[in-house]
Design a protein around this ligand. Sequence first.
Ligand SMILES: C[S@@+](CC[C@H](N)C(=O)[O-])C[C@H]1O[C@@H](n2cnc3c(N)ncnc32)[C@H](O)[C@@H]1O
Length: 266
Amino acid sequence: MSNVDEMGLTKENAEYYEASFVPAIFDQWPPRVMDAMSMGEGDHVLEVGCGTGVHTREMLKRIGAAGRVTGFDLSESMLGVARAKCPGAEFIQGNAMALPFEDASFDVVASTFMLMFVPDPVQAIREMWRVLKPGGRLAISVWEGLHENPVYSRLASIATERINDEAGTSLSWPFVLGETGKLADLCAEARISGVTITPHEGRAKFPSIDQFVRTEVKAWVLADHVDEANLDQAVADAEAAFASYCDEAGAADFPLNGLIASAKKE
Ligand SMILES: C[S@@+](CC[C@H](N)C(=O)[O-])C[C@H]1O[C@@H](n2cnc3c(N)ncnc32)[C@H](O)[C@@H]1O
């Protein structure tokens, strides 16, 4: 096993994220995020919490040769994959709560599905706003709350029951900022005006419920702490609970809804 980075992730976690999560969940989001901030040719873009670069590579296409993308992430493991997948972007390791950039450096700042993992999300939003030029555009995406994502709500309950409390908490954590008004409150606390928050219907598509559960548990920080027998039981429960989302071949397709907050800096 390779070294664990500052985010608690290994090279193997990052490669698994790219191979499993990206096609199942994240691939469909870049056009929505780029549209939310009217990203276009020639923009100089900062992507905070870029992960393995699923949004970065689409941004590179949209901004063309005259534009620039800087990907920024706490995890060296995620950045390792992003560097290999996105020649043409630059990548910098660091913490979203203290961006190492001058004020007013970027035309566009985007952050997708990262904010819920930052200890002080208001500080991270303040930092994104600070490095944005006047007239620049910000977009932040998060998952909607568990009430809007019932498959994940049920999966978190199954994980708590069959694995342990930590597993249930980890699986529900990505949804904590999606509760009504929470993202708006954070933006208001960060003193960002004119924020629009739009709900988006997404889908999660996995080859099977077995792969869905194992990916959710293993691609993230729980990878080394889960007993295989308990995981097998969680898979069996999930297969029974989510049978209605599967086709005849067993492929799973279910809703996974998000929110995109966008704002223009005057
Ligand atoms: C769920 S992934 C999303 C990655 C990518 N934006 C995507 O849409 O696939 C969350 C990312 O946020 C990064 N992250 C978490 N906390 C961070 C922090 N404090 N500063 C910078 N990046 C952070 C993680 O390393 C991870 O790559």
